[in-house]
Design a protein around this ligand. Structure first.
Ligand SMILES: [Zn+2]
Length: 334
């Protein structure tokens, strides 16, 4: 539960001003939680070997139905040409494809979540990165959430990851054996951020972490990478003195202390995909760019602070009528 709050917080407000996002997060209680140095046991959710199907909805065609209730029940992709529709935190996915749960240099975790779906460009990118990983000193990737089969809002866990262009990758390398189903539900990632929350844990952080994130950031289809501010600080310090341009794609954010989040650009020619402005070209490595993330004395929330749509308790997320109309076709498709 604690993780859900933090991780949800980690994905809100990316299109709004940071201050507003901070206020929103504080309103959700995540400011405080994020500064409490959650240990590995509290940092992430376990899955189950026996996921239960959800009961059918009484009024699935009602435009007031919460989109997460519909997309959270879609267990197969929409048989349509691939399209990322809408924005990362308000949209859906046509023609989603699954990343196979095992590859030579990757394994998908938390299979019960059925979130190893994405736009073909995301699956291609992940296979490309996994293939490159051993050359960076990283045995292989452990994949966290991508999207649901038809994308869309989720019943729990993220505000973004809706259009098949976001993926979470564990900051724990793949073991040199195939994990069992049970291990994939129960295994915990390594916490990378130190207890102080102001730097990485030197016992956990390695040159291969830097090399892997660099390889991801240098792929031209990657638009942004979200990591904890302590991890961005460590990347800036450990990236070497040349070939640092990739650092500009790395965005400090809440959470993201045991995984990093990759966001791809809209696929070329997909006009229904609403992109996001690229980060400034500057590498973003000055102290002032981290210090405010470490400041625990964040201002209290204003009573009228309006958080972006996010699936927190009491904040139900968008209704179907708020998503792009094409998302209704995505739900109806075979
Ligand atoms: Zn994520």
């Amino acid at each position: 539960m604690v993780h859900l709050t933090i991780h949800r917080g980690a994905h809100v407000g990316q299109r709004s001003f940071r201050r507003r996002a901070v206020l929103s997060l504080c309103a959700a209680g995540a400011c405080m939680l994020a500064s409490l140095a959650p240990g590995p046991a509290r940092a992430q959710d376990k899955g189950t070997l026996n996921p239960q199907p959800l009961p059918p909805l009484a009024h699935p065609d009602d435009p007031n139905t919460l989109a997460k209730e519909l997309f959270g029940r879609a267990t197969t992709p929409a048989a349509m040409p691939p399209r990322a529709i809408g924005f990362y935190s308000k949209g859906c996915l046509a023609g989603g494809v699954a990343l196979p749960i095992n590859g030579p240099t990757w394994q998908v975790m938390r299979l019960s979540r059925n979130r190893n779906w994405g736009h073909p460009s995301l699956v291609e990118f992940l296979e490309r990165l996994a293939n490159q990983a051993p050359r960076t000193g990283w045995r292989g990737l452990l994949l966290g959430d991508m999207s649901q089969p038809r994308g869309g809002p989720m019943l729990a866990g993220h505000a973004s990851h809706q259009i098949g262009l976001d993926a979470d990758i564990w900051l724990t390398p793949m073991p040199d054996r195939e994990l069992t189903r049970e291990e994939r539900e129960e295994m915990m990632a390594t916490m990378i951020v130190a207890e102080s929350r102001k730097d990485v844990d030197p016992k956990a952080w390695t040159p291969a972490h830097v090399a892997l994130i660099k390889a991801a950031a240098q792929d031209p289809v990657v638009m942004r990478i979200f990591v904890n501010a302590a991890i961005k600080k460590a990347l800036c310090r450990d990236a070497g003195s040349s070939d640092r341009a990739w650092l500009h794609k790395v965005q400090p954010w809440f959470g993201h202390d045991w995984h990093f989040h990759i966001r791809l650009q809209c696929p070329p020619g997909e006009t229904g995909c609403e992109g996001q402005a690229p980060r400034p070209a500057d590498e973003g490595c000055r102290a002032k760019e981290f210090d405010h993330w470490f400041d625990s004395a964040a201002p209290p929330p204003k009573p009228d602070a309006k958080p972006d749509a996010k699936p927190t308790p009491g904040r139900p997320g968008p209704r179907m009528s708020a998503l792009p109309p094409a998302c209704r076709q995505v739900l109806r498709a075979p």
